[in-house]
Design a protein around this ligand. Structure first.
Ligand code: NAD
Ligand code: DAU
Length: 354
């Protein structure tokens, strides 16, 4: 069995679904079910005994210790986090609690468990920490992409909290010998993406006839990776990554935000044309920029390719088309996640501009 934390969130639920589609090894899924956690993502696993769901906090040391002792997973994959930069700007408390304190408590519980394992199990055990390219800070337009050697220069409360968690993971290996692996990935997109993030927000707002709020000039650059490719990278690192190493994961697909938004509009124009014959691009509005907005991220993913033979399968064209189609096909899921709490967030963040 493996223990997945945050397995009801966007990437975690895709990971659990992919894992169980490809392997018979069970998953113990520990998730607090914050606003971002959604058991509806895992509906396809109802009645599947290989998926054991526990609602709980990675920072609950007693719970984690009990789960580890009871289920004896051979690996822990830590997705659980507060993940939205804009929310971290409005209030960082939950980010520090989960991303920093939660990771610390999880590491301590896992270390105590790992130390008690018989030698063969202890040697095979892995703690894989899922992190982000945002810990490296912002790149100048022509600067080379982030390699694993790039200094940590986090700029947002979110990225600072993730950087802190990465450092804790590193220290638990260096000092305590815990067999850890860390992945730093670029922006994901795909099914079950919560519509507070750029791509799903633009799709659902476009279809609802609402403004498409582009921050500032829209020329900030991100590297986009289809979520299924992130999941395959994590599986590969877990399988063959060298203990103590960090692997950057990316899609070789840098694009300015405005280009992403225009691509989404063009796909919707084709797949679900507006009744008035106009383009969805008419709905684009430029709004106030994000404070401290990082201008550019780019991932150099040569290490994971050279060492582990991983490369993304989806191109951006194929991945974004699948994603737009998924949202068109899953209007019930969208309606379900747009609860009162979601509407409150949209009001706080966009104040009527979206
Ligand atoms: P998400 O916000 O969609 O999901 C996070 C999940 O963690 C939710 O199910 C939530 O309920 C759960 N959770 C939050 N606090 C918890 C706690 N204290 N204990 C247990 N569960 C808790 O996030 P995501 O986009 O799926 O990201 C998953 C991980 O991948 C995060 O660590 C994030 O930093 C990292 N990451 C995300 C991206 C991206 O583009 N989304 C890219 C690179 C790395
Ligand atoms: O790079 C990896 C990171 O990608 C992950 O670690 C984070 O968890 C994930 O949320 C994501 O962070 P970003 O801040 O890059 O993602 P987001 O979708 O919030 O924004 C993408 C870009 O689009 C960013 O430059 C801000 C911009 N944006 C976003 C929203 C929500 C807009 O212009 N308008 C918007 O309404």
């Amino acid at each position: 069995m493996i223990l997945v934390t945050g397995g009801a969130g966007f990437i975690g639920s895709n990971f659990v679904l992919d894992w169980l589609a490809q392997s018979n090894e069970s998953v113990l899924n520990l998730d607090k079910l914050t606003y971002a956690g959604n058991l509806g993502n895992l509906r396809g696993l109802e009645g599947d005994a290989r998926h054991v769901f526990v609602r709980g906090d990675i920072g609950d040391a007693a719970l984690v210790a009990r789960l580890l002792a009871e289920h004896r997973p051979r690996a822990v994959i830590n997705f659980a986090a507060e993940s939205h930069v804009d929310r971290s700007i409005h209030g960082a408390e939950d980010f520090i609690q989960t991303n920093v304190m939660g990771t610390f408590r999880l590491l301590e519980a896992v270390r105590a468990h790992w130390l008690r394992l018989p030698e063969t199990e202890r040697t095979a055990f892995r703690f894989l920490h899922v992190s982000t390219d945002e810990v490296y800070g912002s790149l100048a337009p022509e600067a080379p992409a982030f390699t694993e050697q790039h200094a940590y220069e986090p700029n947002s409360p979110y990225s600072a909290s993730k950087a802190a968690s990465d450092h804790l993971v590193r220290a638990w290996h260096h000092t305590h010998g815990l067999p850890v692996l860390t992945t730093n990935c670029s922006n994901n997109y795909g099914p079950f993406h919560f519509p507070e993030k750029l791509i799903p927000l633009m799709i659902v707002n476009a279809l609802a006839g609402k403004p498409l709020p582009v921050y500032g000039d829209g020329l900030q650059v991100r590297d986009w990776l289809y979520v299924g490719d992130h999941c395959s990278a994590i599986r590969r690192v877990l399988e063959a990554g060298r203990v103590g190493e960090t692997y950057n994961v990316g899609g070789w697909n840098e694009q300015p935000n405005i280009a992403i938004v225009k691509t989404i509009c063009a796909l919707l124009d084709e797949l679900r044309p507006r009744a008035d014959g106009q383009s969805y691009a008419e709905q684009i509005t430029h709004v106030k920029d994000r404070p401290g907005h990082d201008r550019r991220y780019a991932i150099d993913a040569r290490k994971i390719e050279a060492e582990l033979g991983w490369r993304p399968i989806e191109t951006f064209d194929s991945g974004i088309r699948k994603t737009v189609q998924w949202f068109l096909d899953h209007t019930d899921w969208v309606a379900e996640v747009q609860s009162g709490a979601y509407r409150e967030w949209v009001q706080v963040q966009y104040q009527g501009a979206a």
